[in-house]
Design a protein. Structure first.
Length: 208
């Protein structure tokens, strides 16, 4: 039980003492001991009940404060997670836009060569290829794991970029065919990333 004494507690004690004095003042000599003990027992029980209820009230208040603190911390945590998901979602949207722009330019460059027969501007091609590759998951360039490829879309784009580079001195594939492949695999990659962003936005959890 708490040792804090309030004005209400003092009032209860004063009232109790007053009641005891009143009882004692009315006592007769022959029954004074029995009456005093009875009165003291009743008053002690009343005091015990009062302080017990005070202790329970303080315990309830403490529990309420703890619940409020937990709720506040949970709210802060949920807000932080929401901000994180929103930030990542915005960055992924920016990433998709940049990949789309780089791919459009590279595909246009390759198709122009296929239509006009003009030589490819390999310096521009290298800039575009590097811009795309740096935005891909580098794990996609390593051999696919036997347990299952989780970066299949990235790997397909890496392979097409390598094929375009090798086509400089090879006639096995035309630039138009390579442009078609790049366009197809990049569309699959962007669609997968878009679906992932939608799931995360709905669930509020990254990687869902």
């Amino acid at each position: 039980m708490s040792n804090d004494v309030t004005k209400a507690d003092v009032g209860v004690v004063v009232g109790t003492v007053t009641a005891i004095l009143g009882v004692l003042a009315d006592l007769k000599f022959d029954s004074s001991i029995t009456t005093a003990l009875t009165a003291a027992g009743v008053i002690a029980t009343a005091l015990a009940s009062y302080f017990k209820s005070r202790s329970a009230a303080k315990s309830a208040q403490q529990s309420a404060r703890e619940v409020a603190n937990i709720a506040a911390m949970a709210s802060v945590d949920n807000t932080a997670k929401t901000v994180l998901v929103q930030t990542v979602t915005a960055e992924r949207a920016k990433w998709r836009a940049e990949m789309r722009n780089q791919t459009e330019q590279l595909v246009a460059l390759l198709r122009s060569h296929g239509r006009c027969g003009a030589g490819v501007d390999w310096e521009k091609f290298d800039r575009l290829r590097t811009g795309i590759r740096l935005r891909l998951n580098p794990t996609g360039r390593a051999p696919a794991p036997a347990a299952g490829d989780t970066h299949e879309a990235d790997r397909a784009v890496h392979d097409v970029l390598d094929a375009i580079t090798n086509a400089r001195n090879s006639e096995t594939l035309t630039n138009t065919e390579l442009a078609d492949q790049l366009e197809e695999h990049m569309a699959a990659l962007l669609k997968g990333e878009w679906d992932k962003s939608k799931r995360e936005a709905v669930s509020g959890k990254l990687g869902s």
